[in-house]
Design a protein around this ligand. Structure first.
Ligand code: ADP
Ligand code: MG
Length: 698
């Protein structure tokens, strides 16, 4: 519904633009002219010769200076990729999928081709490249995966690790892998770009390579701090937008929010407020930007608003450095970002909204000063900025679960992780937890070496627990069902719930609910959609995002291709026990048990209270044991996607994690419990592999 609303707004805006072609001021400039106006243009010759003369190069420049879109084009135009009579690829990594897609689209337009021809992109489950592709944008995760098959990066002549300041795990790992590839493949060039001034560290890492600075062209930005802390940053942000709109001169507004839901809520609230005001204030064009936004809509974000209309962009962190939207004069910064954080003590990952760093705050305010003097409204106090925010963002590698990364490195034959040569090594506890997780998944053996199963798991572009589930489903003969569910889990939102029709939407959703939980509910939805002949009408009637279903269909196809490549049989078996058992083989760590007294679930791993969201299929069903897919921390820790299981399955499916208890060794209290975790057996330096739970023998 909201997506439709957005589409409505955009088509209205389109119509207006057609009626008044002069409205679009920027598009009057031709593409070659636009390219010449970018700050990086003056550095072209210097960049080209520096790349010719050096194997490694660090390039630093403000966001919007043209690094991502121009550098690879300069190198292509100079024919730098021709070597030994052979044309090789220019690759450019992006930490975010959206950026890879949007930048490829832009560069294809600048080069006068379609995406997938000379310019293409590859992101997980989506490959838009062809034999003609010369410039390939991709996520850093994709390139890391390619290193598994091609450690010397022989396909490439030049690789640009873009947005290195973001310090994603994959980029951090690629620092080391590419340094290594470059020593094996002397004709490989590596460029590292960053929007912040931490370039010395990068240069030092790459054998003290030269650093080129792109001259900035920024205007002063006036910073306005809140006088008091804001209790509700979303409400404060929307108030701030309205104030700017009525009181400040022309110029677009960029608001940083934390995620899709918040952006949609903000979108609705602003739309309503504008409606209430009627014609009293000039029109406001509200554009959302977040990762799951369909790419056609994303492209429209870049178009200038029609004359007389102010544009307000509600964006996630994407707009901080990954993409640049021209025309922004006002920035509203509530000071938060949603990150995937891993607590090494709890051994859990969850999405949390947390304060940004000072460096991020400065990046955000900088977005207001690209085309003229601007203004940034920080919705936090100056004291909070100085005392509560860290100076720099902590690299992901130091705060996220590393099991997928370590599995990949092990599959590359890198066994000695302590000496891998990380730029900033991860904390030992995080590393040990990841090793332990892989061990309990049977991906590593007692000595930490990769097992046969582990090697197969590494072939799947997904977290190890999910890869293990898929492999287990092959043995259980239910891979067809599991692939469907995995594909459904990979899309962000399936059900929509418009405000005016919540009851109807909930009622429809109920019909798909499986008594066993959300995994099987997803299976029901997908099957019903297939039965409908993948009908759009069916999606509308059932309050299901058609786009999500199509995406799940594509992802499923990609997974089928992987299965075929590795000759894994995809059989069908819709016995719900079999399907749930396959999930248990991967997600046994995410086990929670309901406390019969207060009805709250606690994780078995460490007794953290976790909650069933009212939208989940099992809500109110008093199931005793569940496994969940992920946790989402909002006001409470919520389980996202959970399924009822029988704890007696566990010792068989996860023998490294659970074992049957010997009743003789149990206390009376323990005998009353079905599962008794052996707490705290797992500690650093001491019997590091063991953390198990006992299940009463039956
Ligand atoms: P940097 O990487 O240095 O931040 P970019 O190369 O991304 O800079 O951006 C250079 C210019 O290209 C910016 O003015 C930006 O607005 C424009 N641009 C980038 N992507 C798009 C797009 N998809 N559509 C329109 N303009 C774009
Ligand atoms: Mg960039």
């Amino acid at each position: 519904k909201r997506q439709e609303a957005t589409e409505d707004v955009i088509s209205q805006w389109r119509r207006k633009q057609k009626a008044n072609p002069k409205a679009n001021k920027l598009s009057k400039m031709s593409i070659p002219e636009t390219r010449k106006t970018l700050p990086i243009y003056s550095m072209r010759a210097e960049l080209v010769s520096a790349v010719r003369d050096n194997q490694f190069l660090v390039i630093v420049g403000e966001t919007g200076s043209g690094k991502t879109t121009q550098i690879v084009q300069y190198m292509y135009e100079e024919g730098i990729m021709l070597r030994d009579g052979q044309e090789k690829l220019i690759g450019c990594t992006q930490p975010r999928r959206v950026a890879a897609v949007s930048v490829a689209a832009r560069v294809a337009e600048e080069m006068g081709c379609k995406v997938g021809q000379k310019v293409g992109y590859t992101i997980r489950f989506e490959d838009m490249t062809s034999a003609d592709t010369k410039i390939k944008y991709m996520t850093d995760g994709i390139l890391q995966r390619e290193a598994l098959l091609d450690p010397a990066m022989l396909k490439y002549l030049l690789i640009m690790l873009d947005e290195a300041h973001e310090r994603t795990i994959a980029t951090d790992v690629l620092f080391t892998l590419l340094k290594d590839a470059a020593s094996k493949n002397p004709s490989l060039k590596v460029i590292v770009t960053s929007a912040t001034l931490d370039s010395e560290k990068f240069s030092h890492f790459f054998n003290d390579c030269p650093v080129i600075k792109i001259p900035g062209r920024t205007f002063p930005v006036k910073i306005d701090f809140s006088r008091e802390p804001e209790p509700d940053y979303l409400a404060a942000a929307l108030d701030c937008v309205m104030q700017i709109h009525v009181a400040e001169p022309d110029g677009d507004i960029l608001v940083f929010l934390t995620g899709q839901e918040e952006i949609e809520t903000g979108f609705d609230a602003l739309t309503n407020r504008m409606k209430k005001l009627g014609g009293a204030v000039p029109e406001l064009l509200i554009v959302p930007v977040y990762a799951a936004l369909p790419s056609e809509l994303q492209a429209k974000v870049f178009e200038p608003a029609p004359e007389g209309m102010r544009k307000v962009i509600l964006a996630t962190n994407i707009a901080e450095t990954s993409i640049t939207i021209d025309g922004v004069k006002y920035v509203v910064d509530p000071g938060f970002v949603k990150i995937n954080a891993y607590d090494p003590k709890l051994g859990m990952d969850s999405l949390v909204v947390s304060p940004i760093s000072q460096a991020q705050a400065n990046q955000r305010s900088g977005r207001a000063g690209r085309t003229g003097p601007g203004k940034c409204y920080r919705l936090y106090t100056e004291a909070a900025f100085h005392n509560e925010m860290l100076p720099n963002t902590i690299p992901e590698i130091q705060r996220q679960n590393l099991s997928a990364t370590i599995l990949m490195l092990k599959a590359m034959g890198i066994h000695d992780l302590m000496n891998f040569g990380f730029m900033d090594p991860p904390p030992p506890q995080t590393m040990a937890n990841a090793l332990h997780e892989l061990y309990t998944l049977d991906a590593l053996d007692d000595n930490g070496y990769l097992t046969g199963i582990g090697r197969k798991m590494a072939d799947f572009p997904m977290e190890p627990a999910l890869a293990k589930t898929v492999l287990a489903s092959v043995d259980h003969g239910c891979a067809s069902e599991i692939l469907t569910i995995v594909a459904m889990l990979s899309v962000q939102t399936v059900f929509y719930r418009p405000k005016e029709k919540q009851a109807a939407a909930d009622q429809r959703k109920q019909r798909f609910h499986s008594i066993h939980g959300d995994h099987l509910t997803y299976l029901n939805v997908y099957r019903a959609w297939e039965l409908s002949g993948r009908s759009s009408r069916w999606c509308k009637d059932n309050f299901i995002y058609e786009r999500s279903m199509k995406r799940a269909y594509d992802v499923r196809g990609q997974l089928m291709a992987i299965m075929a490549r590795f000759k894994l049989s995809v059989l069908s078996n819709d016995n719900n026990n079999t399907i749930r058992r396959a999930f248990c083989s991967g997600f046994f760590r995410n086990l929670a048990r309901r406390d019969p007294q207060d009805g709250v679930y606690n994780t078995l791993f460490d007794q953290t209270p976790v909650h069933l969201h009212p939208s989940l299929a099992l809500f109110g069903k008093s199931v005793e044991y569940v496994i969940y897919h992920t946790l989402l921390l909002t006001t409470k820790e919520y389980m996202h996607c959970s399924t009822a299981i029988d704890p007696r399955w566990l010792p068989e499916l996860a023998p490294k994690f659970f074992r049957k208890s010997d009743p003789a060794n149990l206390s009376d209290r323990q005998k009353r419990e079905k599962i008794v975790p052996l707490f705290n057996k797992y500690a650093e330096n001491q019997d590091a592999w063991r953390l198990s739970a006992q299940v009463e023998a039956k």
